[in-house]
Design a protein. Structure first.
Length: 229
């Protein structure tokens, strides 16, 4: 009986730890409560952004369409619709640990960073998306089944992206998941990342790799957050 009790305690602790991991990452991820667009565009800013982007082109390509294995496309219309100026600014300043994206804070001025963002938006003008940042109701165990059978083919078994596969970006790291909201993830999974191999997964999409329900998408997000590394 004592042993059974200890097993039950460990199981409850494991379940609780998984729940807390999801909750803490979801809390750490910055929700889109601030305006999606905060930087004003001007011809001068676009030109400064174009000039500054020259140092980004070695990884993201001269036209910002990305280089597989080095840096993702930054001119995907669905990506730019879902990504707020604040999210892009934080990414540029802090970089992305475990990837080729280094931190540019201290190298580029705030104005240069803002100008790069304005420049990227000028390449693919698109209105901001309306993100669903409601509470996550995913079941991580169910999401694992979906991720391993579908998503891992491009993003790698642990979501390591280019470290594990030749196609998809890294989506399993804490460095990424702590910066994106559930609304951002839901939108990109549903709509895909236009101009890349990331196809949509919305339930009503005629070109989806697989038609996932809103619950299944939440399940995948819950799995990613509970297994972030």
């Amino acid at each position: 009986m004592q042993r059974t009790g200890s097993i039950l305690v460990r199981r409850h602790w494991s379940a609780a730890a998984g729940f807390l991991a999801v909750a803490s990452l979801a809390a750490a991820a910055v929700g889109e409560t601030t305006p999606m667009r905060t930087f004003d565009s001007s011809a001068e800013r676009i030109e400064l952004g174009r000039q500054t982007f020259a140092i980004c082109s070695s990884c993201h390509g001269p036209d910002a369409q990305g280089r597989v294995g080095m840096g993702p496309s930054l001119v995907s219309s669905s990506f730019l619709a879902a990504a707020s100026d604040d999210f892009l600014e934080r990414t540029i300043k802090k970089g992305r640990t475990g990837t080729t994206m280094i931190a540019w804070a201290g190298v580029l001025s705030d104005e240069q960073i803002a100008s790069v963002i304005v420049y990227l938006r000028s390449l693919e003008p698109v209105p901001p998306a309306e993100l669903d940042d409601s509470k996550l109701h995913g079941v991580a165990d169910d999401g694992q089944v979906i991720f391993e059978s579908i998503c891992s083919a491009c993003h790698g078994r642990s979501g390591g992206g280019y470290l594990e596969s030749a196609n998809g970006t890294g989506i399993g790291r804490t460095a990424f998941l702590s910066e994106v909201s559930n609304g951002y993830l839901r939108y990109v999974i549903e709509n895909g990342k236009t101009g890349t191999k990331m196809r949509p997964f919305a339930a009503d999409s005629a070109v989806a790799v697989a038609n996932l329900t809103s619950q299944q998408i939440d399940d995948v997000i819950a799995f990613l957050r509970s297994n972030a590394w």
